[in-house]
Design a protein around this ligand. Structure first.
Ligand SMILES: *Cc1c(COP(=O)(O)O)cnc(C)c1O
Length: 428
């Protein structure tokens, strides 16, 4: 497959943009190849600068849940744009959006819109600290919550719970208040609570999608719910990926657990830059101008993003069969990949949770960050390029997820399973 134009644009890009991209994963470094520059998307497909077409399993990392450029969402956007993009003053559609989200998600009463998932988790943690009067936050190794200073940490060596920065430029003093535990390990969290009474919140992806796909065990989540209640800490679900994806009410609905706060992004902007954080009324009322926790945003809740987001949520709400259809499609991919793995004898496992999947080049079970670290990332890199050359756009790193969209067709699925077999064979 010829990707000359992408190559040329990238040569130009690296002159003006750090690494040639505006978000690191797009550089395709983890799969030892260069980035593909996209010109357009339609339904389940995207097209690159060389006119190559790909079946898209990135879906803008989730927002394109209905497929690209779905007319149900795009419809009427001209009218919105005609009126102006942003006023820095309130608009009615922000109220409709907030109401829609409150009605959709278990346990939340109020929502504040921001412009990214990063902002959502940053603000939620500030609120949790302001509300509880405590300082520390527990996060889990392998969960990603955006690029906030305080959350860019991994666990220190041995059993030490204190986080160490995973990025230059993050002062030790900032991550001192971030404690890092093992995902799906309730005892680890209990131990930390026994040692420390200054914990404001636990934040986690209830279905982890940033270390490859690892859903939380039910007992683990229920355990966290009970523990935080006992200890007076807040439980924050980061549903930036899982919200409106795995179900309309996210992981809170699927697991039947009400967190104290939840963070959103990706799908709720319908492709525009959006985030939101939400919680119970008594918690959210601490936010400025009502209360003492300051948080603001020039472009927050801007009408174009609200229009696309609200339309997306409306379609998902009114057509609940979309979820069962997506799950069925994901099941077909899972079954096909499984058969191919058996046929080829490749050391790989397919993990699926509802409409998300990861093909791990290693043997499960995958319960936490340490488990996935044993995967063969070189094999994934080769596999990725083989799939790309067959017109399948997978996430360009082992520790990411495939997102199934409503637009994915039976033909796309068959083609993907066929490509998967050939790609796996080429690895033998
Ligand atoms: C993508 C993501 C974020 C960050 O969202 P941005 O809009 O990229 O800032 C936060 N949490 C999770 C779980 C994510 O997947």
């Amino acid at each position: 497959m010829n990707r000359e134009n992408s190559k040329k644009i990238f040569e130009e890009a690296v002159k003006y943009i750090p690494g040639g991209v505006n978000s690191p994963v797009r550089a395709f470094k983890a799969v030892d190849t260069g980035p593909v520059f996209i010109t357009r998307g339609y339904g389940s497909k995207i097209e690159d600068e060389d006119g190559n077409e790909y079946i898209d399993y990135i879906g803008s990392w989730g927002p394109a849940i209905l497929g690209h450029n779905d007319e149900r969402i795009v419809d009427g956007i001209e009218n919105v744009i005609e009126r102006g993009f942003s006023f820095g003053l309130p608009t009615k559609i922000e109220v409709e959006m907030a109401k829609k989200m409150v009605e959709s998600y278990p346990g939340i009463d109020m929502v504040r819109m921001v412009n990214s998932g990063t902002e959502a988790t940053m603000s939620a943690i500030r609120v949790a600290r302001g509300f509880t009067g405590k300082n520390k936050v527990i996060k889990f190794e392998g969960c990603y919550h955006g690029h906030n200073d305080s959350l860019l940490v991994k666990s220190g060596s041995g059993t030490i719970t204190y986080g160490v920065p995973t990025s230059l430029g993050v002062p030790e003093a900032i991550v001192e208040n971030t404690l890092v535990c093992r995902y799906n390990d309730l005892d680890d969290v209990k131990r930390v609570f026994d040692e420390d009474d200054d914990i404001a919140a636990i934040i986690l992806e209830p279905v982890a999608g940033n270390m490859g796909l690892i859903p939380a065990d039910k007992e683990f989540l229920f355990g966290l719910r009970k523990l935080t209640e006992e200890k007076g800490a807040l439980l924050i679900f980061d549903e930036v990926i899982s919200g409106y994806r795995i179900a309309y009410g996210g992981a809170a609905e699927v697991y039947g657990i009400k967190p104290d706060m939840a963070c959103f992004g990706k799908i709720i902007g319908g492709g525009m830059p959006v985030g939101a954080y939400a919680g119970r009324r008594e918690i959210m009322e601490i936010i400025s101008p009502e209360g003492g926790v300051y948080q603001a945003g020039t472009l927050s809740g801007n009408p174009v993003a609200m229009h696309l987001g609200l339309k997306s949520l409306n379609v998902l709400e009114k057509n609940s069969e979309i979820y069962s259809n997506m799950i069925e499609k994901a099941e077909m991919l899972e079954a096909g990949f499984k058969e191919n793995i058996e046929k080829t004898g490749i050391r790989a496992s397919i993990v699926r949770y509802r409409n998300m999947l990861t093909l791990f080049f290693g043997e499960g079970p995958f319960k936490n960050y340490d488990d996935v670290q044993r995967c063969d990332t070189k094999a994934y890199a080769k596999y990725f390029v083989e799939m790309l050359d067959r017109g399948i756009m997978l996430p360009p790193a082992q520790f990411e997820c495939m997102f199934v969209s409503d637009a994915l067709t039976r033909e796309d699925i068959d083609k993907t399973i066929e490509a998967n077999l050939e790609a796996l064979k080429s690895l033998i």
